[in-house]
Design a protein around this ligand. Structure first.
Ligand SMILES: [Fe+2]
Length: 258
């Protein structure tokens, strides 16, 4: 599996607070069946003042330390960007960390407040889209507006946002409302990826394996793989995109043997 959302990079947010804990989280990930994790420290101006540049040296040091552990596990650097005016300024300065690309656009993982969908969200999304970013909304199933009515997130989907659910929501570990909301969004085919959002071993461990099993039980193995492996892999560039699936003209030529 490929994990698009976790907080292992030590010392930069509310995730790992030592190199030992970070390595332990990576080890737990590998044992869970995750082979690549995009490290997504909070980029939250005023609270976690991280930027693409400021995170780079710490990331390289962690990756070097990880390599000495000989785990079958690799990492890349992204970020979980709080949707604030100051974050849009970071986009202007090319300082937003991104997960990878989706249809040629850089994927930015956007965090909304848990309480509601702020009034300016659509304008902010349009602002990012106009600058070549592909917004992906992090854990919409944990947003109280969306929990009350999952349809509240659909205008963002229609606008072109991708959705990422948290594994613990899909397994029911975050409660019945998060589970119910997750299932509505999954049933509607609105979800691109399920990720761990792991922070620590005690309370927020990396457990994508259980989520993949739950997804496979309800939606089938192919759908479970799509959400935990193929779509995330496509974003980080580990799997070639499928021209037949993404290009109707190519599909037509393939059917005709062309
Ligand atoms: Fe997160």
């Amino acid at each position: 599996m490929i994990d698009l959302h976790c907080h292992y990079l030590p010392f930069v947010d509310d995730g790992a607070d030592s190199l030992e804990e970070a390595i332990a989280l990576a080890t737990a990930s590998a044992h869970d069946g995750i082979r690549h994790a995009v490290l997504t420290p909070h980029v939250f101006p005023g609270q976690w003042d991280n930027t693409r540049s400021s995170l780079a040296a710490g990331f390289e040091a962690f990756r070097a330390a990880l390599r000495t552990s000989n785990l079958p596990f690799d990492v890349s650097l992204g970020g979980e960007v709080r949707l604030l005016p100051e974050s849009l300024e970071l986009a202007e300065r090319d300082e937003l960390p991104t997960l990878g690309t989706w249809e040629g656009r850089r994927v930015v993982l956007l965090e909304l407040p848990d309480s509601h969908i702020p009034a300016g969200t659509h304008n902010a999304v349009a602002y990012l889209q106009a600058r070549g970013y592909q917004p992906m909304i992090a854990h919409p199933e944990r947003n109280k507006d969306v929990m009350r009515d999952p349809r509240r997130v659909l205008p963002l989907v229609k606008q072109g946002c991708l959705l990422q659910l948290t594994a613990a929501s899909v397994t029911g570990q975050f409660g019945s409302k998060a589970l119910k909301t997750s299932l509505v969004l999954l049933d509607g085919g609105h979800v691109t990826a399920v990720a761990s959002d792991a922070h620590n071993l005690a309370h927020r461990p990396p457990r994508m394996g259980m989520a993949r099993m739950a997804l496979a039980t309800r939606y089938g193995v192919d759908a479970a793989m799509q959400l935990t492996e193929f779509n995330p892999g496509r974003i980080i560039g580990m799997l070639p995109s499928d021209p037949v699936a993404s290009d109707p003209q190519a599909a037509s030529q393939a059917e005709q043997g062309g």
